[in-house]
Design a protein around this ligand. Structure first.
Ligand code: ADP
Ligand code: TRP
Length: 346
């Protein structure tokens, strides 16, 4: 039986947070343990070059992310773990694929426009080419399933378009890759606004945070009086209503986010109980937040212990990385050869 392939990656831009863990790594773990799939997980170190970065930090992070993967439970016996740039075919393949993509299409992507706003001085060719390189990462293994957060959907759409074009123009048989969704496909920010992201200070909890740090961060989630009504998922505090019950001020997203975190870490049932309490006797946020901080730490503690163990064994990590890099290069070279032939380069 030919197994379906899975490919995912995370940019080497810093330490991982709960958004990365739920949006990407949980899905990677699920598919790694499913015998129907062959799984490849990389550090997207080439993608790090698309925005300003520090050379020494990149050198460290491209190794640290692999350690995070291993600590979180990715298993080199089951998955190929590798560094994108150590397989020279990714950049080569991205060039072939770039010949079926227009500049206009890339300029109109919302993810490109966001980065242009963020770094107006660094609108480089590498940045414009980001989605093409990502399509190359996926298609070079003919992967069909991609465990990433929902924010990556515009990039997956580009990968599907490129697959269709290549299949039409050159008779290749690339599958159209789909996001593999997890329950945490969108983890909200601790600030109450937007998604958890390493580029927004105060929005995230790192996988390496200790209990005290987690407590302090959770304590900052904005809340309300603790008692009110829930209308279509919106939490409206009593203190926000004048006597006649009409809503006077905007509801707090913080409470909604807090409850979503409760659901992620304590389950649907616990959230239901607390939702009922909010609408009945009222909540004491200090208790809810404490319960949440402990549940998060409980999930992270084994990951942190495993990380410590790996840090103490650098040779083991080095050997896992070099074996993974080698395997990924061998697999990719088969598809590259096929495409070079079909495009007239062999
Ligand atoms: P960041 O936004 O912190 O820079 P990345 O862009 O490096 O995160 O994302 C790496 C992976 O983690 C991607 O698959 C992305 O979809 C996922 N991810 C990042 N933030 C979140 C989030 N808040 N919720 C769900 N998934 C996320
Ligand atoms: N764009 C992804 C992110 O921001 C990282 C990435 C690069 C990726 N290449 C990939 C994800 C291929 C999945 C598949 O996190």
């Amino acid at each position: 039986m030919n197994k379906k392939r899975v490919l995912s990656g995370i940019r080497a831009t810093g330490r991982l947070h709960l958004g990365n863990y739920f949006g990407a790594i949980k899905g990677m773990l699920t598919l790694q343990d499913d015998p129907e799939f062959e799984t490849l997980y990389m550090v997207a170190d080439l993608h790090t070059l698309t925005t300003p970065y520090q050379v020494e930090e990149l050198r460290q992070n491209r190794r640290e992310i692999i350690i995070d993967y291993l600590a979180a439970g990715l298993d080199p016996e089951k998955s190929i773990l590798f560094q994108q740039s150590a397989n020279p075919h990714h950049a080569e393949f991205a060039f072939y694929l770039s010949s079926v993509v227009t500049i206009a299409k890339m300029q109109h992507l919302p993810t490109f426009k966001d980065k242009v706003k963020q770094y107006p001085q660094y609108v480089t060719m590498a940045l414009l080419n980001y989605p093409v390189l990502m399509a190359a990462d996926i298609l070079i293994y003919k992967a069909s399933d991609v465990p990433v957060g929902i924010d990556q959907e515009p990039h997956l759409e580009v990968a599907r378009e490129i697959a269709r074009r290549m299949n039409q123009d050159y008779g290749t048989d690339f599958p159209e890759p789909q996001i593999f969704k997890t329950i945490g496909e969108y983890v909200s920010s601790l600030t109450g606004e937007g998604k958890m992201s390493k580029s927004v200070e105060g929005s995230y909890i790192n996988l390496t945070d200790d209990l005290e740090t987690i407590r302090k961060k959770i304590a900052k989630i904005p809340t309300d009086s603790g008692k009110g009504i829930i209308d279509k998922g919106v939490y409206i505090s009593r203190s926000a209503m004048p006597n006649n019950g009409v809503v006077a001020i905007a509801p707090s997203n913080g409470v909604k986010n807090l409850m979503e975190f409760i659901e992620l870490f304590k389950g649907k049932e616990r959230r239901k109980e607390l939702d009922n309490q909010y609408q009945d006797v009222g909540l004491r946020y200090s208790e809810v937040k404490n319960e949440l901080a402990e549940a998060i730490y409980q999930e992270l503690q084994p990951i942190q212990e495993k990380r410590q163990e790996l840090e103490n064994n650098p040779q083991k990590v080095d050997s896992i990385i070099s074996v993974g890099n080698e395997k990924a290069t061998v697999l990719a070279s088969e598809v590259v050869k096929e495409v070079r032939e079909k495009m007239g380069l062999l």
